[in-house]
Design a protein around this ligand. Structure first.
Ligand SMILES: *[C@@H]1O[C@H](CO)[C@@H](O)[C@H](O)[C@H]1NC(C)=O
Ligand SMILES: *[C@@H]1O[C@H](CO)[C@@H](O)[C@H](O)[C@H]1NC(C)=O
Ligand SMILES: *[C@@H]1O[C@H](CO)[C@@H](O)[C@H](O)[C@H]1NC(C)=O
Length: 536
């Protein structure tokens, strides 16, 4: 992120030399100090004065991480104790791709070691001061293993070595980052930033939250298998008031059309049928009619009206033009955690236990990326503002929200595959044996790709009729969706009617499948779906 911003400004710099005067550039630099200022000698003791004032005393104990005390005279306060924190640097051979493999064996994978300090050697700390290694020149500098190690060392010292450790004291502990590189915002939230000047960031972190983050593996290289005993995890993180009664909600978004209204209704019903204790919040823009809103409300959603957000890198009227509307989820600041779920999704088993994961947690996609179709996230207004600002300069690898969010949250946590089971069956050309399209029993959620069940008939999955969509076809997944539909009250089913247009489209595909004599033979099935009456 940093490197992209720097590159952007370097280009801007050269492009501007001929047309703009230097004075103007100076102003620009002042507006975005973090992006382009160079490391100054860190003799500035502003942070010390701030922390001493906040704690109301001059004797404060300081731990230095990745800072050589002798090289920085004047940095360290005279009162109190100062220690340099010692730890073995992570092995050069460990790459980001080792922490973020594209696939893992969920029961056996293990992350490489990222060494931490011997915490017993550091006690009674008031402030941890660190310098984040800058990898600003390297493309993708945010995916740097040593940078992660320093951030994790600081986070661990904060929760293990502070004066406030006995749980009685309410004395806060501070994290200070000096130099030109900012810390990882996945760990040190902008909400906890209490002071920032040209070369230091001072955080007063919410320790319960950091403790929860540190229970996660160092990357998505393994699952947090303890999560099955979610209560144990929760017990460890209940020192903090807000962690005791976390405000949590499932959420989905409807924008730009009504095509997914029925999907969102079925999703809500499936979540409710899983006996959730969480809220359900739906974000809808004004393309969703008042009548649909009523249906969605009776299905269980609390409704929030939003303005959709344009994807600045998309072509006009492209399929992904309004994908950045998902960023609105971070505005749900009345919740500590939100589990976003796409509307073409059915929950088959309770997902409540996965709210223990910090944001962003999701299922892996290809390369080192996560799939943004289901994700646990932590709403925050300042995170939202940052996302909105950076959407102009940060490129998305796939032109959609998923690519953008992966650049913004490179340090994400892996959820098990079974919670977001995609209806994707690459060997579906094997017509004789359709067993591989059977959805396994132990999954917790199904994500319907291709033609959506409610656009088709309850008799079968229309993806079978379309050669380019056949890889998404599954009779068992289709049945699971219609089982939820069957349990819905009549007033909700109304929002899932088959329109004449849908029927015509389906019939055309059926006819083509018949003419091509597709071997799976779904086109031969007689349609008994009662919804057909409306469409004729
Ligand atoms: C995971 O690893 C274990 C032990 O090596 C093996 O028994 C199991 O089959 C593996 N699972 C998968 C899905 O490859
Ligand atoms: C939800 O609760 C009901 C009543 O206690 C129970 O019968 C049902 O099996 C539960 N459903 C799930 C998915 O756990
Ligand atoms: C963008 O959003 C549309 C509709 O919400 C969705 O079908 C599509 O997969 C998304 N695309 C990307 C690249 O995220």
């Amino acid at each position: 992120m940093m490197s992209k911003l720097s590159t952007f400004f370097i280009i801007l710099f050269f492009a501007s030399l001929t047309t703009l005067n230097v004075q103007y550039l100076r102003q620009m630099q002042e507006e975005v100090p973090n992006a382009i200022t160079h490391p100054k000698p860190a003799t500035n003791r502003g942070w010390f004065e701030f922390v001493a004032r906040e704690l109301g005393e001059d004797r404060i104990n300081v731990a230095l991480v990745n800072i050589d005390q002798r090289a920085m005279p004047g940095l360290v306060p005279i009162e109190g104790k100062t220690v340099e924190v010692d730890f073995r640097r992570v092995d050069e051979g460990v790459r980001w791709s080792d922490l973020y493999p594209s696939w893992i064996n969920e029961s056996f994978a293990e992350c490489p070691e990222v060494p931490m300090p011997a915490f017993d050697d550091y006690k009674e700390l008031d402030v941890v001061v660190a310098r984040i290694p800058s990898n600003g020149c390297v493309e993708d500098g945010v995916r740097d293993v040593f940078r992660l190690q320093v951030n994790l060392a600081v986070a661990n010292l904060l929760v293990r070595c502070g004066r406030a450790q006995n749980g009685v004291s309410t004395r806060p502990i501070y994290a200070v980052f000096i130099g030109s590189s900012e810390p990882m915002w996945e760990i040190f939230r902008c909400d906890d930033l209490v002071l920032q000047d040209s070369d230091s960031w001072i955080y007063k972190p919410q320790l319960g939250r950091i403790r929860q983050i540190l229970l996660m593996p160092v990357g998505s290289c393994q699952l947090n298998n303890d999560v099955v005993s979610g209560e144990g995890l929760r017990a460890q993180t209940t020192d903090d008031e807000t962690m005791k009664q976390p405000r949590e909600a499932y959420s989905t978004i409807l924008h730009s059309s009504e095509a997914y209204v029925c999907g969102a209704i079925a999703l809500a019903q499936s979540i409710i049928q899983s006996n959730t204790t969480k809220d359900l919040v739906l974000l809808a823009d004004d393309h969703v009619s008042p009548e649909s809103i009523n249906g969605l409300r009776s299905a269980g959603w609390k409704i929030k009206r939003i303005q959709r957000i344009r994807n600045p890198h998309s072509k006009k009227r492209a399929y992904n033009e309004w994908n950045y509307s998902k960023l609105r989820l971070w505005e749900l600041a009345e919740y500590d955690k939100v589990m976003f779920i796409d509307s073409d999704f059915i929950v088959t088993r309770s997902l409540d236990e996965f709210f223990i994961h910090p944001g962003v947690s999701a299922k892996g996609d290809n390369k080192n990326r996560f799939n943004s179709g289901l994700m646990v996230l932590e709403p925050s207004m300042c995170t939202f503002r940052t996302l909105m600002e950076r959407r102009w300069s940060v490129r998305s690898y796939n032109g959609g929200d998923q690519g953008f969010l992966n650049e913004m949250f490179p340090w994400w946590h892996r959820l098990p595959n079974k919670i977001n089971h995609l209806t994707y069956f690459p060997s579906a050309d094997d017509h004789k044996n359709r067993d591989h399209t059977v959805v396994p029993n132990d999954i917790s959620g199904i994500h319907y790709l291709g033609m959506k069940p409610w656009w088709c008939y309850r008799d079968y999955d229309c993806n079978w009729d379309m050669p380019d969509k056949k890889i998404f076809a599954s009779d068992s997944a289709n049945n699971i969706w219609w089982d939820v539909y069957d349990k819905m009250p009549e007033n909700l089913r109304r929002h899932c009617s088959l329109t004449p247009k849908m029927h015509t489209t389906n019939r055309n595909h059926r006819n083509k499948a018949r003419d091509a004599n597709l071997l799976d033979g779904h086109w031969k099935i007689k349609i008994r779906d009662p919804r057909l009456k409306n469409a004729l």
